[in-house]
Design a protein around this ligand. Structure first.
Ligand code: HAM
Length: 424
């Protein structure tokens, strides 16, 4: 019996990897343009890190973490997201001392034991970034503008929704008002909302049930309960987005599945992925660095799901083709094979993508292979040609052929072929 991959864990096959590399290339380039540096953090962390940051009453911590006890009896978790780990590293290495405002990004796998479906996996990958050390509203707008640019340069059209979740000064009063409102609907809500009414009341607002949403039509809005500081911040973020010409809509029902957010939150939404509408999401988390034992520094960031981006790119027909090779060496006969073998290797040292058949197949089958590999050129060497000191260079697109003198040493021949092909 063959062994299959785990449910919710997916192989990324070579033809898909091309799209992934394109996504990562564009994202990295844009992160660098905005002054971000890459940080790589471990996949395993102490469980406590995620409980303290994401929040005990969240779905992630309650039921989705891959947690196990290691050989020393410590509770370890495979990271369900990147923010907590990056902040742990930031605090542990005192990175704030090096630079007052740090801009960090990381790319890698995350693990959540969710029910797999289209765009939702148990191992998924995020492009995620964090800015630590500034609470200026202009920064919030800049971070959203960066997310927007990544999607734009990928050729995706996505909508940006934003909200403010207030701060520890104003949110508790809003929570009380919301709990009182929900009390009026006790017994009429879905099982999750009934439970969350008390444990995590804000989360009821993004419930997917039509019945619950009907009940929440007249729910109090967080935006009417912001303190002066949060209200001013929110206005200034919106102004920043306007100045940068980033289209957005305000969604006062947007709450996030992680407890650390304060003030600005945002989601990048599509209707092209069924239930999994968020391609990316993020927000501000001003108390989190302190909560993790660091200095009292504000922060903001976002994460984008690479699987979801790749799905959207595929759906919009933007398949990235596997890169073709530059030159296929088709050699017939023992002596020609010998010459072809060293020539192919030398061509690679000159920067060319070169290939040849090592199996000694017929010329016809080698030319078929050259076609399949997407080669731009084929160099045909038969023993007869070799005896005359000649090979035939065929342009695989135009089918034009020219005779190439082989009577030179391999390095010189490879250099002249490389020059000839690279100039095309
Ligand atoms: P999040 O909303 O949990 O935020 O995840 C961010 C993105 O990761 C989602 O919008 C989605 O594209 C992708 N994603 C999440 N779960 C899955 C899954 N099971 N399968 C596939 N893709 C998924 C965070 O993780 C925060 N750390 C983002 C952040 C960074 N906030 C501030 N800084």
């Amino acid at each position: 019996m063959s062994v299959k991959a785990l449910k919710g864990f997916k192989d990324i096959l070579p033809d898909e990897v091309e799209i992934w590399q394109r996504i990562e290339r564009i994202a990295r380039d844009i992160f660098h343009r905005f002054g971000f540096s890459e940080i790589k953090v471990p996949i395993l962390e102490k469980t406590d890190l995620f409980v303290r940051s994401i929040g005990e009453a969240t779905d992630i911590v309650e039921k989705e973490m891959y947690t196990f006890t290691d050989r020393n009896g410590a509770s370890i978790t495979m990271r369900p997201e990147g923010t907590a780990s990056v902040l742990r590293s930031f605090v542990e290495h005192g990175l704030h001392v090096r630079q007052p405002v740090q801009r960090l990004y990381t790319i890698g796998p995350m693990f959540r034991h969710e029910r797999p479906q289209k765009g939702r996996l148990r191992q998924f990958h995020q492009l995620s970034c964090e800015v630590l050390g500034s609470d200026l509203p202009r920064l919030d707008a800049e971070v959203m503008a960066m997310a927007w640019l990544i999607l734009k340069e990928l050729g995706l059209s996505i909508s940006l929704e934003m909200n403010s979740l207030g701060c520890p000064a104003c949110r508790p009063a809003f929570k009380k008002t919301l709990i009182a409102f929900l009390q009026g609907h006790a017994g009429q809500l879905c099982e999750d909302c009934e439970r969350r009414r008390e444990t995590n009341p804000l989360r009821v607002l993004d419930c997917k049930s039509a019945n619950c949403q009907e009940k929440y039509k007249n729910a109090p809005s967080i935006l009417d309960h912001l303190c002066e500081g949060c209200g001013d911040h929110f206005q200034a973020v919106k102004q920043g987005l306007d100045v940068l010409n980033i289209p957005y809509s305000v969604n006062s029902f947007m709450v996030r599945g992680l407890d650390y957010y304060t003030r600005t939150t945002f989601e990048l939404i599509t209707d092209a992925l069924g239930a999994q509408s968020a391609v990316g999401a993020g927000g501000r988390y001003d108390g989190l660095v302190k909560q993790l034992g660091g200095p009292d520094l504000p922060g903001i960031g976002f994460g984008m799901g690479i699987e979801r981006l790749a799905l959207l790119l595929r759906q919009s027909g933007q398949e990235a083709a596997l890169p073709g090779i530059d030159l296929f060496v088709a050699a017939l006969g023992e002596a020609a094979q010998e010459t072809g073998y060293t020539l192919t290797n030398t061509l690679r040292t000159k920067g060319l993508k070169a290939a040849m058949d090592l199996e000694g197949r017929s010329l016809k089958s080698q030319m078929k292979q050259a076609g399949k590999s997407g080669a731009r050129f084929a160099l045909i060497i038969g023993d007869d040609e070799l005896a005359k000191g000649e090979g035939v260079l065929r342009d695989m697109t135009t089918r034009e052929q020219e005779t190439i003198a082989l009577k030179q040493d391999t390095a010189a021949l490879a250099a002249s072929l490389a020059e000839r092909i690279q100039s095309q």
